[in-house]
Design a protein around this ligand. Structure first.
Ligand SMILES: NC(=O)c1ccc[n+]([C@@H]2O[C@H](COP(=O)([O-])OP(=O)(O)OC[C@H]3O[C@@H](n4cnc5c(N)ncnc54)[C@H](OP(=O)(O)O)[C@@H]3O)[C@@H](O)[C@H]2O)c1
Length: 305
């Protein structure tokens, strides 16, 4: 296996009860083909992380609504498969194999996309890597911090910087960032590498979004809760907690494109944020209990990530 190849694994369907509560606990998405078509028809939409999970589901829905989708991820065979399915359904898709944690590859990607498509109307910054591992297992794993930073923060920054000049010249563009609820509530134990890197991009984007607005570029951040994908699969408890199927999560991306809200988040997130700010000590107590009562998963202990 080369550095940029990844394993293709299937994700089992979670129980109905978990999916039902997941639907209740999450914001409503947009599943209106007419509205979506109006917003994306003939637009060029770049979806990072389009080979699996949310990115794959999102790319398929956008292509079905008439967008030309540029699929970016590392796994060439999966990109080919997704692009093939989109084309077979009558859509337009182009696959670009790229390791977004490698800045030289990101720069080549930008150059190639501008050469082949001239511009990008909508960027969906979705590719990401999560690591849940306690610090006691991380003494010799500085690379965990380097690689989460590279894919969740620096790669996306480089990509946005490469696409911004075109958006600025056209005085239009949309950037949808797939973030996590984790950056809005106090950091949970074992999530240091992931949350710090997702938080870094969230902060960066919030700042530049204010500047980009003045030249016609709109930004939306989706603070996602649990999605049943390859990413959450290694933590067994997540299979029974309330979550969204990737196709439902993609409806939130559709809503962001059509309605252009500044953010989309679960209805309970703001109350949770306020509660955690007002009651810091009890929140820290809960987090400490969480650390003591839970364990690292086999994949974290096995050091195979
Ligand atoms: N799943 C959840 O519960 C959850 C919760 C909150 C937020 N999120 C966020 O949702 C987004 C999508 O995650 P997901 O759950 O759909 O995960 P996923 O199924 O693991 O998909 C991640 C995607 O990112 C791509 N990717 C990973 N590293 C890459 C790299 N170095 N260069 C290029 N592409 C790379 C993967 O493709 P290759 O492996 O082919 O490169 C894959 O297409 C992420 O940003 C994640 O942080 C997920």
């Amino acid at each position: 296996m080369t550095k940029t190849q990844t394993t293709i694994q299937t994700v089992s369907t979670p129980p109905v009860l978990a999916r039902t509560f997941g639907w209740i606990a999450n914001p409503r998405g947009l599943n209106n083909q007419k509205k979506l078509r109006h917003a994306v028809k003939d637009k060029i939409v770049l979806v990072t992380g389009a080979s699996f999970g949310l990115g794959e589901a999102s790319a398929k829905q956008l292509a079905a609504a008439g967008a030309t989708v540029l699929l970016v991820a590392r796994t060439q065979e999966k990109l080919d498969a997704v692009a093939g399915q989109i084309k077979a359904a009558g859509g337009k898709a182009f696959g670009y194999a790229c390791d977004l944690s490698d800045i030289a590859q990101v720069e080549q990607l930008i150059e190639r996309i501008i050469k082949e498509h001239q511009h990008v109307d909508i960027l969906i910054n979705n590719a990401g890597k999560s690591i849940r591992r306690s610090v006691l297992l991380s003494f010799d794993r500085f690379h965990d911090y380097e690689r989460t930073n590279a894919i969740n923060y620096l790669g996306p920054v480089r990509l946005v910087l490469g696409l911004l000049p075109g958006m600025q010249a056209r005085k239009s563009g949309q950037i949808i960032n797939i973030s996590t609820i984790g950056v809005r509530v106090p950091p949970g134990p074992r999530w240091a590498a992931y949350q710090a890197s997702k938080g870094a991009f969230d902060t960066w984007l919030q700042s530049v979004a204010l500047e980009m607005e003045s030249f016609g570029i709109h930004t939306s951040t989706i603070y996602m809760a649990l999605i049943y994908t390859r990413m959450s699969a290694p933590t067994p408890i997540y299979r029974v907690l309330p979550g969204l199927m990737p196709e439902q999560a993609a409806h939130l991306v559709n809503r962001a494109i059509v309605e252009k809200p500044y953010e989309i988040s679960p209805p309970w997130l703001k109350p949770a944020e306020i509660t955690a700010t007002l009651w810091r000590s009890p929140t820290r107590w809960i987090m400490r209990q969480l650390y003591r009562q839970t364990r690292d998963t086999q994949s974290a202990i096995g050091q195979n990530k």
